[in-house]
Design a protein around this ligand. Sequence first.
Ligand code: NAD
Length: 504
Amino acid sequence: MTETIEAPAALKQINHWIGGRSVAGESGRKGPVYNPATGRQSAEVDFATVAEVDRAVQAAKAAAASWRETSLGRRAEIFFRIRELVHERREDVARLLTAEHGKVLSDAIGEVTRGLEVIEYCCGLPSLLKSEYSEQASGGIDVYSIRQPLGVVAGITPFNFPAMVPMWMWAPAIACGNAFVLKPSEKDPSASVWTAELLKEAGLPDGVFNVVHGDKVAVDAVLEHPDIAAVSFVGSTPIARYVYEKATSAGKRCQALGGAKNHMIVLPDADIDMAADAAVSAAYGSAGERCMAISQVVAVGGAAGPLIAAIEERIPKVKVGDGLDPSSEMGPLITEAHRDKVASYLEGAPGEGATVLVDGREDAPADGFFLRPSLLDNVTPGMKAYEDEIFGPVLGVMRVDTYDEAVRLVNESPYGNGTAIFTRDGGVARQFQFDVQAGMVGINVPIPVPVAYYSFGGWKASLFGDRHIYGPEGIDFYTRGKVVTSRWPDPATSKVDLGFPQTR
Ligand code: NAD
């Protein structure tokens, strides 16, 4: 009998995007891209050299000059077109996200929709870039401020939101008149190329948006490039710190958003069913691979028993599977190595004194990089499961006696991204918003990602830099201010005066 051996399907090649066209990488170095639901490699992505990053920067630099001169009206018109195209095609890009990241399709559509809100905000760029004018600041003297683009700016993004997080950066950067170089995550890079093609179709001039793929070589080339004025970074804390230090020491403006460990405090007066729904949704949505995921529930006083029972009741009902299956609610993790690392916290928890109430290694789908929702109890500070950002579907429960103890836990955490409180007591909730050291606070809201007309960012080791991302602070980050003092005097009144200018 003749055996037929199936030839392996050709791997999709993912190339750079420089100066308005796809450019094959020349380094010979490539990275694998997987479908995490099957565990099979689906593509390979080029890794850029220093010279290729430079080519992208030069393309951006050439485009930046005329883009800056493009009228606000024309820029806004292009943004409206971008908005329409992303809206029409959000399911196309969502399918790419599911295929490379693993998140379920409905969640991927949600990601694109939240990113779209930032694009919509940027459609108002003529208003956003309006400045101030003071007539008669002194006799015959008017003073006004203007905001100007920085030139070429760059974004370096993580794997967990391959469409939305780049939108947080390129949309305000380009709206403000800059040209942009994106270094997306090498783990799920297709959305960035999809974006590049869409922006071109919407009428964005070539070179205003560029993509270079790669690893540390490409990142370092961005951080060291003298023609890049500012860098936005989103990713893990150690790399955020590295990027911030390197970029700022090279004289660049930098905002570097890092990792998180988000606590959800549940007070005894909370609606326990509502809190359990919120905890399960926020801990296991996107397999816990969200920087705003709830990773710790802090149960105060008598809340612990009923809350844990309600969470345990919900966990077996979470449908885990391929994100393209409409019945799936939670997909796989990004890579096999990451899944194994997340699972190692379940292995290690009992030795540290925590209790594994639900072990997601049991009954996880065999193919792909799956782990089911997992629940730990009796988690305390000092345990690895508490100190590390696990970034997977492992929810820890901590038991404390008082509100003060709960807030102390949050405030002593090195991270300060998001946090939430569940209570029916408005006074306590208000006190919490006053006391808590975190950049984004939810009151009966477990994932308080700000709407696009506010800005997103954490405190402490969750953000290096002084500007949050998107919203008004995003516009601020991608522009620099200039103040003009102007007078049109009668030359006949001109005389030498060595005194310091007075206004009264
Ligand atoms: P990561 O830090 O590993 O990678 C982020 C980017 O940095 C990628 O583009 C990657 O190629 C690059 N990079 C990785 N290692 C590098 C190195 N040694 N030198 C230079 N560049 C390097 O993060 P990730 O695993 O892709 O994403 C998950 C992390 O991102 C989590 O920690 C999560 O909390 C965080 N995150 C934070 C936010 C936020 O808003 N604060 C949002 C999303 C994700």
